[in-house]
Design a protein around this ligand. Structure first.
Ligand code: ARG
Length: 461
């Protein structure tokens, strides 16, 4: 029975319910490649330190290579009574090579083993997140360059505020995803200390070489404290926190795609292959993929909460509660990677409607600030006074049911006699965005510079 592992001080087998609540093999089998890599490094180190014979090491390495092959080819039989991936692999190894397999667990424990496997797996996931974010940035840069001079309304409070360029708006997301990348990179650096050799919690009496295993497995160094090594899941929290923030960005982007693709906005049209129709309303093109990116972001945020709550009351060192770290993390990784890929594909396939955007850019007196700025710049009026003058002009235009640019000079001069003909030069949405040349501003020229700067920052040759 599976209980042989505990050396025989158990008489009865586990209750079926115990197996059901206790076994993690159904999900931690995902760690198989990391588990084998860790065991191989451990076996080499044990032999190099004279803790096992070289012949034992060779048998172990050969056996593990075969286990690797069996699992990779779907030939491995995972056994629930063997609880988890570590015991499943070790049991098969021993079945294959006999006695040497029983020597592999010298100077280690499942506690440092699972911490190691999770770190190796999460490190790869961090690298993949960074790569997918980079792909998404590339698409955004491409579309932003294309639309550097496309005028659209910018919003605050979802009320039309000032004209901006579509390219500038897209570049805002390049910044967000750039910060996400730096969070994953930063988390990776912090993760990269090897827990192997902490053993159960106290270290070991065997003369192990933790520097050797750390180096072989691509870590900067071994962890400094054996108790922390097996209690720590900060690296999973770091992934989840970075992922949760990234999911916020993806969700805001998805929300904008949903909004922009409504017939009422009509700024973009999603490509057909990321939308669905309706079984009853023939005209519908629903932005399902964008809605799902928005919807799935909640799962990623939820997994961060779940792990924080799982860990917060745990005394040191390992407790079985920590086995609950896996399903949430795995699902967060899968969900984030799917959403990043879907967002990139949607942005690539979406069709913008610049005429519609430009038309909307002037609705809601969005050039009122340009009128006020002109009074300050040309007439040396204080900004507070200019703000009042522009507000009265908005009121007048509202009464007349026209835009600010359609007021006559006489009407404007009735509001303030200092206004002259030259004001009409700034009362247009294109002039408005062209004038926003300040650092980080929306002027087309600035957007093109920003695209070039982001390319050399994020994708240096
Ligand atoms: N399946 C366990 C987990 O995922 C592995 C570590 C078990 N350690 C133990 N002492 N029972 O956390």
């Amino acid at each position: 029975s599976g209980r042989d592992m505990w050396g025989g001080h158990f008489e009865a087998g586990p209750a079926p319910l115990m197996e059901q609540i206790n076994a993690s093999i159904d999900f931690d089998k995902r760690l198989w490649a990391q588990d084998i890599a860790g065991s191989m490094a451990h076996a080499r180190m044990l032999a190099a330190q004279g803790i096992v014979l070289e012949a034992d090491r060779d048998a172990i390495l050969e056996g593990l290579a075969q286990v690797h092959e069996e699992i990779a080819e779907g030939q491995f039989h995972f056994e629930r009574s063997l609880e988890d991936i570590h015991l499943n692999i070790e049991a098969r190894l021993t079945e294959l090579v006999g006695e040497p397999g029983r020597r592999l667990h010298t100077g280690r424990s499942r506690n440092d083993q699972v911490a190691l496997d999770m770190k190796l797996w999460t490190r790869e996931a961090m690298d993949r997140a960074d790569a997918r974010l980079a792909e998404l940035q590339k698409v955004l840069l491409h579309r932003a360059e294309e639309h550097a001079a496309t005028v659209m309304p910018g919003f605050t409070h979802l009320q039309a505020a000032q004209p901006v360029t579509f390219g500038h708006h897209l570049m805002a997301y390049v910044e967000m995803f750039g910060r996400d990348r730096s969070r994953f990179q930063d988390a990776r650096r912090r993760l990269n200390e090897c827990p192997l050799g902490a053993a159960a919690l106290a270290g070991t009496s065997f003369p192990i070489d933790r520097d050797a295993t750390a180096a072989e497995l691509g870590f900067e160094r071994p962890t400094a404290n054996s108790i922390d090594s097996v209690s720590d899941r900060d690296f999973a929290l770091d992934y989840l926190a970075s992922a949760a923030i990234c999911a916020v960005h993806l969700s805001r982007l998805a929300e904008e795609l949903v909004l922009w693709s409504t017939p009422q906005f009509g700024f973009v049209r999603m490509s057909e292959d990321f939308t669905s129709g309706s079984s009853i309303m023939p005209q519908k093109r629903n932005p399902d993929a964008a809605e799902l990116v928005r919807g799935k972001s909640g799962r990623v945020m939820g997994h961060l909460q779940a792990l924080l709550i799982t860990l917060k009351g745990l005394p040191l060192a390992y407790s079985k509660d920590m086995q609950e770290d896996k399903e949430g993390l795995f699902d967060a990784v899968d969900t984030l990677e799917l959403c990043l890929a879907a967002a990139a594909a949607m942005l690539l396939g979406m069709k913008a409607n610049p005429e519609r955007m430009k038309e909307a850019a002037g609705v809601g007196f969005t050039i009122a600030t340009d009128l006020a700025d002109w009074m300050v710049r040309v007439k040396n009026v204080s900004f507070r006074e200019a703000h009042g003058i522009a507000a009265r002009a908005v009121k007048r235009a509202e009464e007349r049911g026209c835009g600010l640019e359609a007021l006559t000079l006489a009407e404007l001069q009735a509001i303030d006699p200092r206004i002259d003909e030259a004001v009409f030069g700034v009362l247009g949405v294109e002039r408005s965005v062209e004038s926003r040349m300040s650092h980080g501003g929306t002027a087309p020229e600035r957007v093109r510079q920003a695209v070039a700067a982001a390319r050399s920052r994020y994708f240096p040759e």
